[in-house]
Design a protein. Structure first.
Ligand code: ADP
Ligand code: MG
Length: 450
């Protein structure tokens, strides 16, 4: 990532005078990536304000161009570092700029956890698709460990699970600044556990969790097929639950659907409340965009908000990406956002489904791209080199044509509609997580649309 940042700087240097570049962009250092956030370090608070105001757009755009991911930017102040650091660079979780967090972590040396201050309830737009999860999260934040324990939030990628999870933590911290909130992804839980095992520090590892007042575990589905992690987590869960500490979990799957999840864990996940988040409807999408635009100081006219929200994006992260792109474009070209501009800037992303593309042409293009035969895409062969291209082809059919699931299945050698849905979901997920897949799909789509 550090490398990517250097490249971004280099690209930016080409579009501004050397003076401006040296004064503002060159001193910016890469710090870390946290979820959707790119954290950059700047020398002082004056340059922070200035860079935020003037160069956020350019930086986001250059970042997106290079990584195909739209990051939100956060600027932290550079710490005065010793010329030769004695200890390794601190873990990224040690925190962004907030000195509050730093003071806290000094007090609780083994309790380093970072909660992104941007994920709050105020910034969460509530609509019919997410109101249950929203209300449940608020209830938990207002009265931890009373009614709903554990709270299990589940929903698809990019729908706001992490946002709500962290909002719970932030809200609890706001009313009790000494609360020990422990936020972990299950992946990090596993990695730390493995490290602790290796370095014979399991007691430390266990004690840390057991000291938490609130345990927030993100993406618990990652523990699928990982019995040792599940075993350890089972004990963590029990000890906190028994001492009446709040536990909140998120997952993209219902407990029953997590493969190879130990029965005793599954039943515990169902002890409290399970709240789901569905993809937002057009109205909610529009409201989310407007709120986000307002916070970021982007002037987003109503017709453009409507255009974006009636697009096929079913996921808030994608919507935000579009907005970032528009914002960057408008600040780079010094022009207002209009519907015409939005159509132009987002033409690769928002697909005009009226543009009659046939399933056959999609199959042909995907097959050519992967150097396969169309008949292989239609077959049932389960070889890995065929499965992913086949799923990609199906996904693109869903995106670019008006064909229904059964119609698509029919054209892929008579597959039933649940197979088609499965493929679409699979790729949606990969699309959100895997740059390479995303680039491939974008590339194929572009060649179909051009
Ligand atoms: P998940 O964890 O479910 O994959 P995230 O919580 O990371 O999704 O959400 C993706 C992005 O969308 C985040 O930037 C988040 O702030 C934003 N987001 C999701 N839902 C909402 C909402 N209802 N209101 C405002 N922002 C939202
Ligand atoms: Mg998440």
């Amino acid at each position: 990532m550090e490398k990517i940042w250097q490249e971004v700087q280099f690209n930016i240097s080409k579009v501004m005078t050397p003076q401006t570049f040296n004064a503002w962009i060159k001193p910016i250092r890469f710090q870390s990536v946290q979820g959707d956030y790119l954290i950059l370090e700047v020398p002082d608070s004056f340059s922070r304000e200035f860079i935020k105001e003037k160069y956020s757009g350019i930086i986001s755009e250059a970042m997106t161009a290079l990584t195909s991911t739209s990051y939100s930017l956060e600027f932290a102040l550079q710490e005065k570092r010793d010329p030769i650091p004695e200890t390794p660079v601190p873990a990224p979780e040690a925190g962004i700029d907030s000195n509050v967090n730093k003071a806290k972590s000094e007090k609780e040396a083994d309790f380093q956890t970072f909660l992104n201050p941007k994920y709050t309830f105020e910034k969460f737009v509530c609509g019919s698709s997410n109101q249950f999860a929203y209300a449940a999260s608020q209830a938990v934040a207002n009265n931890p460990a009373t009614n709903y324990n554990p709270l299990f939030i589940y929903g698809g990628v990019g729908l706001g699970k992490t946002h709500l999870l962290i909002a719970i933590g932030n809200q609890i911290l706001a009313s009790n600044s000494s609360a020990r909130i422990c936020y972990y992804t299950s992946e990090k839980f596993m990695n730390e556990m493995i490290n602790s095992l290796r370095h014979k520090k399991m007691d430390e590892f266990r004690n840390k969790f057991r000291k938490a007042d609130v345990l927030l575990i993100d993406d618990i589905q990652f523990m699928a097929n990982k019995p040792a992690t599940q075993e350890e987590f089972f004990h963590t869960f029990n000890s906190l639950y028994e001492s009446h500490k709040q536990i909140v979990l998120t997952s993209d799957k219902f407990p029953k659907e997590i493969p190879d999840l130990e029965e005793r864990l599954r039943s515990r996940f169902e002890w409290g409340l399970i709240a789901d988040i569905q993809p937002p409807d057009t109205e909610t999408k529009s409201a989310i965009l407007k709120k986000k635009a307002e916070f970021d100081g982007i002037m987003l006219p109503d017709d453009v908000a409507l255009f974006l929200s009636s697009s096929s994006a079913s996921n808030v992260r994608e919507l935000e990406g579009m907005l970032v792109r528009l914002g960057a474009y408008s600040s780079l070209t010094n022009s207002k956002i209009t519907l015409t501009m939005a159509r132009e800037v987002l033409k690769d992303i928002i697909v005009d489904k009226s543009k009659d593309i046939s399933i056959e042409s999609i199959q042909k293009t995907v097959a050519d791209h992967f150097q396969l035969k169309v008949s292989d895409l239609k077959s049932d062969k389960r070889i890995k080199t065929l499965v992913v291209p086949r799923q990609i082809a199906i996904y693109i059919c869903r995106e670019l044509t008006k064909a229904s699931y059964p119609e698509i299945g029919e054209k892929f050698g008579g597959k039933d509609h649940s197979t088609v849905i499965h493929s679409v979901k699979k790729i949606e997920k990969l699309f959100a997580q895997d740059n390479e897949i995303r680039n491939t799909i974008d590339f194929i789509k572009r060649s179909l649309l051009s």
